[in-house]
Design a binder for this molecule. Structure first.
Ligand code: IPM
Ligand code: MG
Length: 403
């Protein structure tokens, strides 16, 4: 009996290795970065998702249309809705992204995506792969960029989470060897590590950040994390003006809570799973996962999303209109910057900061005790409209530094 199980597991392992080696060959032929300034119109797809997704997507789309009003009117940017990335449709088609939805996504240059329910073992839904993870893989969105900024605490971090490898790559392809034993796989490649680490250093160089921190558990997970760290240390040599240090994920998790040390961190680069966990912790310091945005960047396509889940309970309890759209609006701001309008992105980000961290004229609690997503988005847009937006933002920054 065990003989047969072992044989079957070996064969599955063999197929996995072949597929991964083929993927490396594709990575070696990597294409150039798309140049949005050469494209007219840049097509932005809006994917509502499920749970609270359609509610916060509606507000985010409003914010996006507001900030890009002139570009849309001038035919430089076109926004379109893409239906069907719902858990019901994905379950009916038994696909993480139904084929027709994927075709639609590929007609867009970038997408703004609401959260999508990820079924797990024991859920009423079939055990299909996460739509996020599938989209990151099929569109090769290798850089998951997650900024976290808390001026009052002196925190200004940006995380570069590898998005296509590590425990996630084969997260739905583990082997149930016997009833008693299951095996999952962690895959790290030179090519996959190099491109994310380079993206982190390039960001640091362009944005005058002085330090890049590589986060692994290379003391224990020696082969794969060891590879990530080694690639990182080699690339660091190409950037002599930028200090590079490395931390283990456990102590890094602790140090993000240490007021004396955490303000030293600037840019962090890390494998997929550690990045998933650490960015939730970081976002919590900013006011919760509802406040953080996330960019999934590839050379050809990019997708921007909220970092939190679809909160189906808020919908069943009739509270969806109180869901916080800020995470997705922050993602919209990242999208605006990515397609070439940094000043407009900055306006939206300043408004998010003023409203969410300083002024707090409206507060979202997720319940009727707080503002609705719609009212909050109106508050943000009013703030963006203010001719003195920047002065207002600067004066708040000063009070934060003084505090
Ligand atoms: C995230 C989310 C996803 C992930 C889930 C929904 C699959 O937690 O974007 O961080 O684990 O990557
Ligand atoms: Mg996560």
């Amino acid at each position: 009996m065990n003989e047969q199980a072992i044989q079957k597991a070996k064969e599955q392992f063999g197929r996995i290795i072949e597929e991964q080696l083929a993927r490396i060959e594709r990575l070696k032929k990597a294409e150039d970065w798309v140049d949005y300034s050469q494209i007219k119109p840049v097509i932005v797809g809006i994917l509502g998702g499920d749970g609270i997704g359609p509610y916060i997507a509606k507000e985010s789309k409003r914010a996006l249309e507001f900030i890009l009003k002139d570009e849309i009117a001038g035919g430089k940017v076109k926004i379109k809705d893409i239906e069907g990335l719902t858990i019901e449709n994905r379950a009916a088609k038994m696909k993480p992204i139904p084929d027709d939805v994927l075709e639609e996504i590929k007609t867009c240059h970038v997408t703004l995506k609401g959260p999508t329910t990820t079924p797990r073992k024991g859920d009423p839904w079939p055990n299909i792969e996460s739509a996020n993870v599938a989209m990151r893989k099929v569109l090769d969105l290798f850089a998951n960029v997650r900024p976290v900024k808390v001026p009052n605490l002196g925190i200004d971090w940006i995380f570069f989470r590898e998005n296509t490898e590590d425990m996630y790559m084969l997260g739905s392809n583990g082997i149930e060897v016997t009833d008693d034993m299951a095996v999952d796989f962690k895959v790290i490649t030179n090519q996959g590590s190099e491109r994310i680490i380079r993206a982190a250093f390039e960001y640091a160089r362009k944005n005058k950040r002085k330090r890049v921190t590589i986060v692994t558990k290379a003391n224990v997970i020696k082969t794969t994390d060891g590879k990530f760290l080694k690639v990182g240390q080699q690339i660091a040599k190409e950037y002599p003006g930028i200090e590079c240090d490395d931390w283990y994920i456990d102590i890094m998790t602790a140090k993000l809570l240490d007021p004396k040390r955490r303000t030293d961190f600037q840019v962090a680069v890390l494998p997929n799973l550690y990045g998933d966990i650490l960015t939730d912790e970081a976002a919590e310091l900013q006011g919760g996962v509802g406040t953080a945005g996330s960019a999934n960047i590839g050379k050809r396509y990019s997708m921007f999303e909220a970092i939190h889940g679809s909160a189906p309970r808020m919908v069943t309890e009739g509270r969806a209109q109180y869901a916080d759209p800020c995470s997705m609006i922050r993602a919209a701001a990242m999208l605006v910057r990515h397609i070439g309008y940094p000043e407009k992105a900055e306006k939206l980000e300043m408004a998010l900061e003023i409203c969410g961290q300083f002024e707090k004229k409206l507060v979202i609690t997720g319940r009727s005790s707080g503002a609705t997503g719609e009212d909050y988005t109106n508050y943000l847009m009013e703030t963006v409209k203010d001719a003195k937006l920047r002065d207002r933002w600067i004066s708040y920054q000063k009070t934060a530094v003084a505090a």
